[in-house]
Design a protein. Structure first.
Length: 404
């Protein structure tokens, strides 16, 4: 008899975000886990084609309707003291009035979903984030009297404002999954060693599909790509300076596409114009994930660069965008920021100093002058993904914790 788990997501399988969550859930299903998905948002548009595989397993519920109101009134009428206890938990979990409002908004639908799932023999429930997604997971776990767990993605929010809610989560969950050792160590330092036994590093990952691993050959135009929001902590401005240095030494035959959108588009566009890079750097906007994978599979991309940097107390976990490139044997140059060094090292890619355009320039320039290294680095990067970041292996690791 297969085990049953619930995944509470922000919106997946709907929407454009949480692509890594989508892959992880599909790997669970392929591993014959009976999976039920509860997106906090309820419904949405299917963006990724693979999401259709999960629609039959998804409970799409609005925030309010007559049935949900009835479930709320039933809880208040029959189990008032327990209901008050849930309210107190939501209050203690809230770090602001906005958090409280979000928690109260998802309360009625969480009770309704719990009623639907009673008698289904659910074994475990997992929350994909620490926000109101965690509130939904807690309420359902409380109502069904089953263990629950949570994923911590980053450490930037581990400050005094969030200490109370974080300890509340750790007290009530069976385990915490952190996506990197950097996040795990930061979380232990933040909450104290008494919770260390609950905190596990289990990476997020990608699916390693069969690809053509022929030798990489540089074309007349070198195609570089970076994927992520045009935001301060992504370090796009550092990459632009490195691109200018390439031009200055006579390397002009490259196109560098930045996929993503963000608040810095206008500022970065001005920087590109100022440096005379309009023929080399393209801000291409968002790209559908399947289209990006097609670019990788067809070997139209020569190099992936990620110049993340700690800014405004925000830094990286382990970017899925890097994993995706590496899984297709695309050589990667990435900065030593957050948990990136758990993915990119001397064996699997080129790890550069954070915030240093000279190192970025040197790494790109050396690969251009020694193109035989592209194939070697690309293959080693793919091997790293297959060994440590493959979604099926991660599914197995998570299952050990879910079903203890």
């Amino acid at each position: 008899m297969s085990k049953k788990i619930i995944y509470v997501t922000s919106q997946s399988p709907f929407g454009n975000g949480e692509i890594w969550a989508l892959r992880e859930m599909i790997s669970h299903v392929e591993s014959e886990i009976d999976l039920i998905i509860v997106p906090r948002t309820g419904y949405g548009k299917i963006i990724h084609k693979t999401a259709y595989k999960l629609l039959k397993r998804t409970i799409g519920t609005p925030f309010i309707n007559i049935q949900i109101i009835f479930a709320l009134l039933k809880k208040i009428t029959i189990e008032l003291i327990d209901f008050i206890g849930i309210i107190k938990w939501i209050i203690n979990h809230s770090n602001s009035f906005l958090d409280l409002a979000k928690g109260l908004i998802v309360l009625p639908k969480s009770l309704f979903i719990s009623n639907r799932l009673k008698g289904k023999d659910i074994d475990h429930i997992h929350a994909f984030s620490t926000t109101s997604v965690a509130v939904v997971a807690y309420i359902i776990a409380h109502e069904l009297k089953i263990p629950w767990s949570i994923t911590f993605h980053a450490s930037w929010h581990l400050n005094s404002k969030h200490l109370k809610s974080t300890k509340l989560q750790l007290k009530s969950v069976s385990f915490v999954r952190t996506i990197s050792n950097e996040v795990r160590l930061s979380l232990i330092k933040f909450v104290g060693q008494s919770y260390e036994y609950k905190i596990k590093t289990i990476h997020i990952g990608v699916k390693c599909e069969k690809i053509n691993q022929g030798d990489s050959e540089l074309k007349n135009t070198i195609n570089i790509v970076s994927v992520g929001g045009l935001l301060p902590h992504k370090g796009v401005d550092i990459s632009i300076v490195a691109a200018k240095k390439l031009i200055d030494v006579g390397v002009k035959n490259f196109k560098w596409n930045f996929y993503g959108q963000g608040i810095l588009l206008e500022e970065l566009s001005e920087q590109v114009k100022e440096f005379g890079l309009t023929e080399n750097i393209i801000f291409a906007g968002n790209i559908d994930n399947s289209s990006l994978m097609d670019l990788y599979k067809s070997r139209k991309i020569d190099l992936y660069v990620q110049n993340s940097i700690n800014r405004f107390n925000i830094h990286e976990g382990i970017p899925v965008s890097i994993m995706e490139a590496m899984s297709h044997s695309i050589p990667v140059i990435a900065s030593d920021c957050g948990g990136i060094n758990e993915l990119v090292n001397l064996e699997s890619g080129i790890l550069i100093k954070m915030g240093d355009p000279d190192e970025t320039f040197n790494a790109i320039y050396n690969l251009i002058k020694n193109p035989e290294k592209l194939t070697t680095i690309g293959k080693k990067g793919r091997n790293k993904i297959m060994e440590d970041f493959d979604t099926h292996k991660i599914s197995t690791q998570l299952s050990r914790e879910f079903f203890k």
